[in-house]
Design a protein around this ligand. Structure first.
Ligand code: SF4
Ligand code: SF4
Length: 275
């Protein structure tokens, strides 16, 4: 649901950033369903970088429950005509994997400037569809290869969102257009505040660790510090030479699937010789 005070929040951030001499760049992620011209003009005024989700074209309705792929593409076109930079946000699942080339191409041809690509991450309602939606190792690499191909053909750049285990990527050095993160940024480079003021280490984390309205903002310090100190590597990774540059995929996925932050995430390559 969209909070009706969204415009007040954006205008407040713009004003406060200006008063403090800080850049006012805001990234806003939308499914495009409630987009309208007034919002687009407001986003342009507030220097908002708009990121819109397109989880497949043919399979959009199957993934989202609404038939709005054409709508999202139309808003990319309009944003482009207003001179706005936008990001095409694609979550790749087993069901839309076959049309990834077309999905990325359509988004870029309709005006998106950048690509953000994510593997399907188990969590929330998606847990029910774990087997149907999760990519295997070949598909994960195929996702990166197809994205690199489309970005090369279109002369654009992109990045992965959720971190991937380094050992899951067959040839990390070959990618020139797509950059990927292997270090978890939760509780270090960012954290999440929901509309009630509750704090989580990451948007993928179901665990509330504090509230901005409390005297002591972080109450679940033990959980927070595991992320802040990156104290969560699985023991099977202990001998890996890449451990200083890899946080072993998503630690929240490991926790959601196996009940421990030190467990393995779906992207760890169990054939890795260092394991
Ligand atoms: S073995 Fe562990 S630390 Fe090494 S690359 Fe794989 S996930 Fe990362
Ligand atoms: S918890 Fe997972 S999704 Fe969140 S920043 Fe860390 S790796 Fe990324």
């Amino acid at each position: 649901m969209l909070k009706d005070c969204l415009s007040d929040i954006l205008l407040y951030i713009k004003e406060e950033s200006w008063k403090r001499g800080k850049p006012d760049g805001i990234v806003l992620i939308s499914n495009g369903l409630l987009m309208n011209m007034d919002y687009l003009k407001l986003f342009r005024y507030c220097n908002v970088h708009l990121s819109m989700s397109l989880p497949g074209f043919e399979t959009f309705e199957e993934h989202t429950g609404v038939d709005n792929a054409e709508g999202v593409l139309r808003w990319f076109q309009i944003a482009h005509s207003l001179g706005m930079d936008t990001t095409l946000n694609v979550t790749v699942t087993k069901k839309n994997y076959h049309e990834l080339f077309e999905t990325l191409s359509l988004g870029l041809l309709n005006g998106a400037s950048l690509v953000l690509i994510n593997r399907f991450l188990p969590g929330g309602r998606g847990l029910k569809y774990l087997q149907e939606l999760s990519l295997d190792g070949e598909e994960l690499n195929g996702m990166l290869e197809t994205t690199e191909e489309v970005l090369t053909l279109s002369n654009r750049y992109g990045q992965t969102g959720t971190e991937i285990s380094l050992c899951a990527i067959k040839s990390p050095m070959k990618y020139k257009r797509i950059s990927f993160g292997t270090k978890c940024a939760a509780a270090k480079d960012f954290f999440v505040i929901d509309p009630a003021g509750q704090i989580r280490t990451c948007n993928h984390s179901p665990r509330i660790v504090g509230n901005i309205f409390n005297d002591e903002i972080i109450t679940d310090k033990a959980y927070w510090e595991i992320f802040a100190n990156s104290n969560y590597h699985p023991s099977i990774c202990a001998k890996c030479k890449s451990i200083s540059t890899c946080d072993c995929g998503c630690r929240e996925v490991a926790n959601i699937l196996h009940g421990s932050l030190n467990a393995i995430d779906t992207s760890i390559n169990l054939l890795n010789p260092f394991l």
